[in-house]
Design a protein around this ligand. Structure first.
Ligand SMILES: Cc1cc2nc3c(=O)[nH]c(=O)nc-3n(C[C@H](O)[C@H](O)[C@H](O)COP(=O)(O)OP(=O)(O)OC[C@H]3O[C@@H](n4cnc5c(N)ncnc54)[C@H](O)[C@@H]3O)c2cc1C
Length: 288
């Protein structure tokens, strides 16, 4: 069994950022990623393990004037089942629906999924597509200070983010989409449940007169970090979408990704998947 230097469970954000400021702290939320790392011995035992699950202010979903704010401790089940969220941001529910199993969805948090920064993290593609930003809190002379980072800039490599060792991710903010915006998320794995994505794809925009306006395209598990596919977005915007044009765009998407070979698939196979899924998801969004 792993020996931890010490274990803490603060009840307030102030206490948590104070502890982080003292250094050598590892944050524990649902533990569905972290405890596997601990079990595999991939954990620094000189660190204090800080369980943040008692900090109630980090677990709400609130609907503000221009955006939804989701507390870091909100579980994937809570996202999947929130009635207002399912109307205002159905894409999040679609992704939560394809996430792991009920047991994992019940403990896994949105903040843990983001901070784990897996290229295959299932909530990351829809959050990128919806232009989400994260709030990072740290201790300051006046108490708690925070900064906001756009999710598209947050991931710096597999398992690496802009969250510093003295910072805690407190919530994710997602602006309301414009009237008429529609989007789809699709995750491909070898089986429907309990599988890590081989590739994941999200496409959205406002379909009007044959054009998908203000298009958004994000991919997961096909590069070191989940990312917005800017070349594919530009190609979508340029011309009306019929089935021939959608096939051309699928080729652009296939060329834009930078997958690797790993245990789940070869790079070649991932490229074919992205090609075929771009046709499927773009056709779904445009009803072409
Ligand atoms: C059997 C199984 C199946 C899975 N299937 C899927 C799947 O289908 N799709 C998928 O995307 N993932 C899957 N996962 C991975 C995992 O469940 C998710 O990534 C989950 O959202 C992690 O949340 P957590 O609260 O458990 O994070 P934790 O394990 O508690 O933490 C994960 C990491 O984030 C850090 N962290 C957590 N919260 C914060 C915070 N607020 N501020 C700063 N750092 C923080 C921790 O220090 C740790 O490094 C699966 C895991 C298992 C064991």
């Amino acid at each position: 069994m792993t020996n931890f230097k010490s274990y803490l469970a603060p009840a307030t954000l102030d206490e948590a950022v104070d502890q982080l400021n003292q250094g050598n702290v590892t944050v524990l939320a649902g533990g569905s990623d972290l405890m596997l790392r601990v079990g595999a011995g991939n954990y620094d035992p000189s660190h204090t393990l800080m369980n943040i699950l008692k900090i109630n202010e980090l677990r709400n979903i609130s609907f503000e004037d221009n955006e939804v704010q989701i507390g870091t401790l909100t579980t994937i089940t809570e996202i999947r089942e929130d009635p207002e969220l399912s109307i205002k941001m159905p894409l999040l529910g679609q992704a939560a629906d394809q996430f792991a199993s009920m047991q994992i969805r019940n403990v896994g948090t949105i903040g843990g999924n983001i901070c784990n920064a897996s290229p295959a993290g299932d909530m990351l593609v829809p959050l990128l597509l919806l232009d989400a930003a994260v709030e990072l809190a740290r201790q300051s002379d006046d108490g708690v200070a925070s900064r906001r980072v756009a999710l598209k800039d947050f991931f710096v490599g597999p398992g690496k983010t802009q969250c510093q060792s003295n910072e805690l991710l407190t919530r994710v903010s997602i602006p309301f989409s414009k009237q008429g915006f529609r989007a789809r998320f699709y995750k491909f794995g070898t089986r429907p449940a309990l599988d890590i994505s081989t590739v994941s794809i999200g496409i959205g925009g406002i379909f009007n007169n044959g054009y998908l306006q203000a298009p958004r395209v994000a991919f997961g598990a096909v590069a070191p970090v989940p990312f917005m596919a800017l070349k594919t977005m530009k190609a979508i915007e340029q011309s009306p979408l019929d089935s021939e044009r959608i096939k051309e765009i699928a080729e652009i998407a296939r060329d834009e990704i930078k997958p690797i070979d790993d245990v789940r698939a070869t790079a070649w196979y991932r490229k074919q998947l992205v090609h075929n899924l771009t046709i499927k998801v773009l056709s779904d969004v445009t009803d072409a």
